[in-house]
Design a protein around this ligand. Structure first.
Ligand code: ZN
Length: 243
């Protein structure tokens, strides 16, 4: 079969769309992570290993993803110290992860987006990137994370994940009219802009960008004034002291 990344006729392997490691932390309390889907006719399934697709990539192309997958996992599941929690009126409203390896972190999210786009698995059917799919493929092959003009990533974590250990199927939404895809993994929601339109100033502040601290908002993204105020609180909080 033809590998969707390199285009060569090769034996394709079982490739995860969302890396297998992301299903692990959800097993901590002994529960198997649940893949929740609202796709018609698909009932919530429980899966030990997560969703994989054997019609996407060959082994060498899959290896392209592995340093990004490792980094994405280690970054999102790093232990945070108390100073990294940003509070408002005593309540945690955001995390400051501090600096990241922008190239690896961004390529991790972009590669998950690409894998979801080329997968024919029903869980990922809402991820339809059109001409952006080929752009992404080129960027991944060239290990080019790009800037935030077309693809940009923001993070949130909301409390729903605490009681429902779920990985939801990704979906498409618009924030201030700009197309974003939402991926739910390991208790986080990663929002990925797929558009050459500029997002609102609030989102521009939140997108992961080179040389800047990475924030995660402990709320659902919304367009309210409260949300905008929250982002400003997070961005203006004192930077955590890093050793
Ligand atoms: Zn290949």
């Amino acid at each position: 079969m033809k590998c969707k990344m390199c285009g060569e006729e090769k034996r394709l392997i079982d490739a995860h769309i969302i890396p297998r490691s992301f299903y692990e932390p959800l097993k901590e309390n002994g529960r198997t992570p649940r893949i929740v889907t609202d796709v018609a006719g698909e009932y919530p399934k429980r899966s030990q290993t997560g969703v994989y697709d054997k019609e996407i990539v060959c082994e060498s192309c899959e290896q392209l993803f592995s340093p990004w997958d490792d980094y994405g996992y280690r970054f999102l599941f790093q232990e945070l110290n108390d100073e990294q929690f940003i509070r408002k009126d005593g309540e945690i409203v955001a995390y400051n992860f501090g600096k990241c390896d922008y190239e690896k972190l961004k390529l991790f999210f972009l590669s998950v987006l690409w894998r979801a786009s080329v997968s024919k698995h029903k869980i990922f059917e809402k991820v339809q990137l059109g001409p952006f799919e080929e752009k992404l493929r080129q960027m991944l092959l060239e290990k080019d994370p790009g800037d935030n003009s077309e693809f940009a990533v923001a993070l949130s974590k909301f409390d729903a994940s605490a009681n429902e250990t779920g990985i939801l199927n990704p979906d498409k939404t618009r924030y201030d009219g700009v197309v974003h895809y939402r991926f739910y993994m390991g208790g986080y929601m990663a929002v990925i802009k797929v558009s050459s339109q500029r997002a609102s100033e609030t989102f521009e502040k939140l997108y992961i960008s080179e040389g800047n601290d990475v924030f995660c908002i402990v709320r659902e993204f919304e367009q309210s004034r409260e949300f905008r105020a929250l982002v400003n609180v997070a961005k203006n909080a004192n930077r955590p002291a890093k050793i």
